[in-house]
Design a protein around this ligand. Structure first.
Ligand SMILES: [Zn+2]
Ligand SMILES: [Zn+2]
Length: 383
């Protein structure tokens, strides 16, 4: 008992007990209420930091080159730290989506306010950039729709997938509860939540989800952040605050693609205005007049902010395109890595499980047919 009493986190140099930071954040969230006609309204604190802090930090960064360096290197670090914090909590958050959308809006505002008035950007170029932004937002809103959730039901007498668990399947699943208790989580999914039952009926491999109480089709997975099983689950994306699955994977790729195009075009136009006569790549690293006036400095800071975000998104898009080319989902790659089952290709950028890989063209054909009704799709899922 003595040892137990001695274990005070503030006396011993141990880390805070798990959940302490979360409790503080929850308390802050609880206190943040604004008076409204129908009583106090609790506001989502995760929405406040982007709206207040982003413009403030970008303005500070524009004051001096060194301040810019400090702010622009610490911003991604803070965002990554918050990402791991929310990922550990296994909770959905609007922070990343609001940060993304607000960043987009603010960058566009700075472009219109600081870059366009200088007269080097043509009317058609502004229209083109605006179109790119709109297309990206349309794709994003489609990506926010149902990723292909499997219906939650505890009843056995449901058609399709729900009808599948027979008594024998249910019986075998009960034996898995013990294993599930000890399982530790792997990126949003818990080991032991389900086991492939190796049920080969009608040639379809199915597995059982203890949480949703259903047998899910091949390639489906349970997302602990959404608390649902998703058809052909790729991953849970914090930036759209939703899963990426069978129904929204195409829209997700399209949104990433339009974001890349629009962002690169905006960076090019801005650098062309601030650093006349230099190529965009040279201007990004060597732009002597960038800090001569505050307007240029702010534009240059925003260019660098965009460049960092675009590099990150470009990496995600690259991995996604490689995964599609090999017909592997993020989830399958992660599980294959865990079980030492996959083949690392291109220096570990892609994990080929070999399970669904039918060659480059077939894999892309399969991806492009993802949204269509199941009967029209090829027998790719059925292995
Ligand atoms: Zn599930
Ligand atoms: Zn999810």
């Amino acid at each position: 008992m003595k040892e137990e009493r001695g274990e005070q986190p503030w006396l011993t140099c141990r880390s805070l007990p798990p959940g302490a930071l979360e409790r503080i954040a929850d308390t802050v969230a609880d206190r943040c209420r604004v008076p409204w006609f129908a009583g106090a309204v609790k506001i989502n604190v995760s929405l406040v930091p982007p709206m207040v802090l982003l413009p403030v930090f970008l303005h500070i960064a524009a004051l001096h080159f060194l301040l810019g360096l400090v702010v622009l290197t610490s911003l991604p670090a803070v965002v990554l730290w918050y990402y791991y914090l929310t990922h550990r909590r296994k909770e959905r958050t609007l922070f990343f989506l609001s940060l993304g959308l607000f960043s987009l809006g603010y960058m566009y505002y700075v472009f219109l306010q600081e870059v366009v008035p200088r007269g080097h950007v043509g009317y058609s170029q502004v229209v083109l950039l605006t179109c790119g932004l709109i297309l990206m937002l349309v794709a994003l809103s489609r990506a926010k729709k149902d990723p292909g959730y499997l219906p939650i039901s505890t009843s056995v007498d449901k058609p399709s997938q729900q009808a599948f668990p027979s008594k024998s399947v249910r019986g075998s699943s009960n034996g898995l509860h013990g294993a599930a208790a000890g399982g530790h989580s792997v990126n949003g999914e818990t080991k032991g939540y389900s086991r492939v039952l190796a049920e080969e009926r009608e040639g379809v491999k199915m597995d059982w989800c203890v949480k949703c109480q259903l047998v899910r089709p091949a390639r489906a997975g349970h997302c602990r952040l959404c608390g649902r099983c998703v058809r052909r689950l790729d991953h849970h994306c914090v930036w759209i605050n939703s899963c990426v699955g069978e129904q929204n994977h195409q829209a997700f790729i399209l949104a990433l693609f339009f974001f890349m195009l629009t962002s690169l075009y905006g960076i090019m136009l801005t650098l062309d205005t601030i650093c006349r006569g230099r190529t965009p790549f040279t201007a990004l690293f060597y732009c002597p007049g960038a800090y001569s006036d505050y307007s240029s400095a702010l534009s240059f800071t925003c260019v660098w902010y965009c460049a960092i975000v675009t590099a990150g998104m470009g990496y995600i898009l690259l991995i996604q395109l490689l995964n599609i080319s090999y017909n592997v989902t993020e989830r399958e790659a992660r599980l294959a890595l865990r079980d030492n089952a996959g083949r690392r290709l291109l220096g570990g950028l892609v994990i080929d499980t070999g399970q669904y890989n039918r060659g480059f063209l077939c894999n892309w054909g399969h991806f492009l047919s993802l949204g269509s009704p199941p009967q029209q799709r090829s027998a790719e899922d059925i292995v």
